[in-house]
Design a protein around this ligand. Structure first.
Ligand code: URA
Length: 225
């Protein structure tokens, strides 16, 4: 029997997508996040401010997966809220996609990969020093050990959400799904089926790449993809 709320929102009110905050996927994700946020599976727990689990509508069937939180995401605990996020919002809006309604957004890594400077290893560090480190050389690529450790959480999200479509943004995300040999520059825009054909991965450049190489033409091509 159809959930009466689906009948009301979809059939009566005509909404395409409905998302009930207290329905199962939302609750399962909430429970997973409560466990995940205490994660110590890799050393990044020592330097993170906030664990950035994911955000958006788990019912749309589409997940967008980026690389790792940056300093702004690390402060707020929400993915893609910094400059890359602003550009992503703009591109999605231009393409008629509402990020809160139409996607669930997360990253391969859930913690900010702070560059470890001069053997700085633990979180025994004053706030001011943290800020200086963040300001100076904040970001580095996730390493394979971190990706492997964090895959527990990404796989948990995939199991709960069961997406039909994954927007893989940038090389770390693309390589997570398709293997180490692939390069986003060559296959952006070319969908690939994974996991017995149950998920289609759609590779796109990372929004930060477009910001670094911003031209009206690049913007247009990104939005069209
Ligand atoms: N870049 C990413 O890959 N993810 C974020 O959440 C922010 C910036």
């Amino acid at each position: 029997m159809k959930d009466f709320r689906v009948v009301l929102f979809k059939d009566v009110l005509g909404f395409n997508t409905v998302w009930f905050p207290n329905s199962n996927k939302t609750y399962e994700l909430y429970k997973a996040e409560q466990i995940a946020k205490n994660c110590k599976r890799c050393p990044l727990y020592k330097t993170r401010n906030k664990f950035v689990f994911g955000w958006g509508n788990p019912y749309s069937g589409i997940m967008a997966v980026g690389e790792a939180p940056g300093p702004e995401e690390d402060e707020l605990g929400k993915p893609f809220v910094g400059r890359a996020g602003e550009f992503l919002d703009y591109a999605l809006r231009e393409a008629g996609i509402d990020r809160e309604r139409d996607l669930y957004i997360t990253n391969v890594l859930k913690c900010f990969p702070l560059k470890i400077i001069n053997g700085f290893q633990n979180n025994n560090i004053e706030n001011s020093s943290r800020q200086i480190i963040r300001r100076n050389k904040p970001f580095r690529e996730p390493n394979p050990q971190e990706i492997k450790a964090c895959s527990t959480w990404l796989e948990m999200q995939i199991n709960i959400i069961k997406p039909r479509f994954i927007l893989a943004m940038g090389n770390p995300s693309l390589r997570y799904f398709l293997g180490p040999g692939v390069n986003i520059s060559f296959i952006a825009g070319q969908p690939r089926k994974i996991r017995n054909g149950s998920i289609t991965v759609f590779p796109v450049q990372h929004p930060s790449f477009i910001i670094r190489n911003r031209t009206p033409e690049n913007d247009r091509r990104y939005i069209e993809l």
